[in-house]
Ligand binder design. Structure first.
Ligand code: SF4
Length: 479
């Protein structure tokens, strides 16, 4: 599986001014959501500090000497670029001095109509610092007349922006957490004594000793000031909620609760559902580490079949170490996942993974498992086939590059050279979420567009729909 999440957000509103270390630790827990760049912004009274750069959370925190900085309000961000290049100026938070105060913004998601909005803002005289879609959000927020409330600013922004945005904003003496009206990306509020903390995932809250309280609701802004109770204000009517189901399948940490779902238990449930329809004789269940492990556990338990770690993952292979032009695809995969001959030899293996994107890694893994002695390799995938790209904050290849787009199950099996392949259906995925079967193609409160090709109505601008992001389902309301 090789999809990339857009970003991780972490924020603190405290009565004390020593928040840097908690900000660092919280963001570090979200490092899996982006490894390209990181940044920190802190505010106390009229003081404002911002440091961001390319690099890991740890590197940027050290380089910027962030631990020495004081602030009662802080926001932090770790980035994987889905829109805009991987450059230091696109790192977040993005800051701006306007109307006598500092603004800083962090964003998880993607602005689907960024090109048009950037063009329009440029024509109005806006000079951008970088090329990211996040800066568009900051400009739209900042350009309202003086005295405009945060929720009015966000309402104006929501009227123009299509796509996904979970936001943390520093606006003078306030920290604001907001989520787009569809609620694509997660954002959760926690409490630690008199302090309020906000994060993309509950694991980050737990890491710094905060108790998760509730999610920011879609279309809601929650305003935090030190020593005061948070104020919740609605800036947009709640739409048909469309939380990203991929957060549960792959992106979220297994020790997080996302959209009120325990991620680990959800993944185990998908494995149980796969086992329910097993038709092949299996000797051994082998997870593709790390993301396939909980589903493989559920699958093995439901089947009553032993689970073994037949693939050992190396945690020390960084991107820079692997030069695709110097190594074959098989060699690259082998450096990350080395099969165990003593486990695999002569066995009929069910290889369990969370999803398949392009299929190149899955094909190499099947080949390796065979090379190391497996008698049969049966692929079991704990989500439906991915047939359409994402416009809501996940870096996905084009439709043509997706293995399952336009291919039958038999063609996919043939391409991957597996003895058999089985995916979850959309109805089974719905069952795993607890929404219940029979809601195909829409998974109730979840977005399933990359599996169904059905994009939530009103989530994309007309020009994006025209570019081919339309639903294939004749009964779908997207069209
Ligand atoms: S298209 Fe897929 S990855 Fe994107 S938000 Fe919807 S479910 Fe998530």
């Amino acid at each position: 599986m090789s999809l990339h999440e857009a970003c991780g957000l972490f924020g603190i509103c405290s009565t004390e001014d020593k928040i840097a270390e908690s900000l660092h630790l919280g963001l570090f827990t979200l490092q899996h959501r982006g490894q390209e760049a990181a940044g920190f912004a802190l505010a106390r009274g009229g003081e404002f500090f911002l440091y961001k750069d390319l690099g890991s959370v740890e590197e940027v925190y050290r380089q910027g000497n962030v631990r020495l900085r004081r602030g009662q309000l802080g926001i932090a961000h770790t980035r994987y670029s889905t829109a805009g290049e991987s450059a230091a100026e696109n790192a977040q938070p993005i800051g701006l001095h306007r109307q006598g105060r500092w603004l800083a913004l962090t964003h998880n998601g993607t602005v689907a109509n960024a090109a048009r909005l950037r063009r329009e803002l440029s024509e109005q005289g806006v000079v951008f610092q970088g090329s990211s879609d996040t800066e568009i959000l900051l400009q739209l927020y900042a350009r309202a007349p003086e005295g405009t409330s945060p929720e009015e600013r966000l309402a104006r922004l929501a009227g123009q922006v299509r796509g996904a945005y979970s936001l943390l904003l520093l606006d003078g003496d306030r920290l604001i957490a907001a989520r787009d009206p569809f609620g694509f990306r997660p954002l959760v509020i926690g409490r630690r004594g008199a302090d309020w903390l906000i994060a993309s995932e509950t694991a980050a809250l737990e890491m710094v000793g905060a108790r998760p309280e509730r999610e920011v609701r879609p279309g809601e802004a929650v305003i935090f000031r030190p020593g005061r109770e948070p104020e919740a204000r609605r800036f947009a009517p709640e739409r048909a909620i469309r939380c990203c189901v991929f957060e549960l399948i792959y992106f979220g940490r297994p020790d997080s609760v996302i959209f009120d779902h325990d991620v680990y238990q959800f993944r185990k449930r998908t494995g149980c559902l796969l086992a329910r329809k097993e038709g092949s004789a299996i000797d051994l269940v082998v997870p593709v580490p790390d993301s396939g492990v909980p589903a493989a556990l559920g699958y093995a338990q439901a089947l009553g079949c032993p689970l073994e770690l037949g693939l050992i993952r190396s945690h020390y292979v960084g991107r820079s170490f692997i030069e695709p032009q110097q190594a074959s695809r098989l060699q690259v995969v082998k450096m990350k996942l080395l099969p165990l001959r003593s486990v695999l030899s002569g066995r009929r293996v069910a290889l369990v993974d969370d999803s398949i994107v392009r299929g190149t890694t899955a094909k190499a893994v099947v080949e390796l498992v065979r090379e190391f002695g497996a008698a049969e390799v049966h692929l079991r995938i704990a989500s439906p086939p991915i047939i359409a790209p994402c416009f809501f904050g996940i870096d996905m290849p084009t439709k043509a590059e997706l293995l399952a787009s336009g291919r039958t199950l038999a063609e996919i099996k043939e391409f991957l050279q597996a003895d058999s392949i089985n995916y979850l259906t959309l109805a089974e995925l719905a069952e795993a979420t607890g929404v219940g079967a029979g809601l195909v193609p829409a998974l109730g409160g979840f977005c399933d567009a990359c599996f169904s090709g059905c994009y939530p109505a009103g989530s994309l601008a007309e020009d994006d729909l025209f570019r081919g992001a339309t639903c294939r389902t004749p009964t779908c309301k997207t069209r």
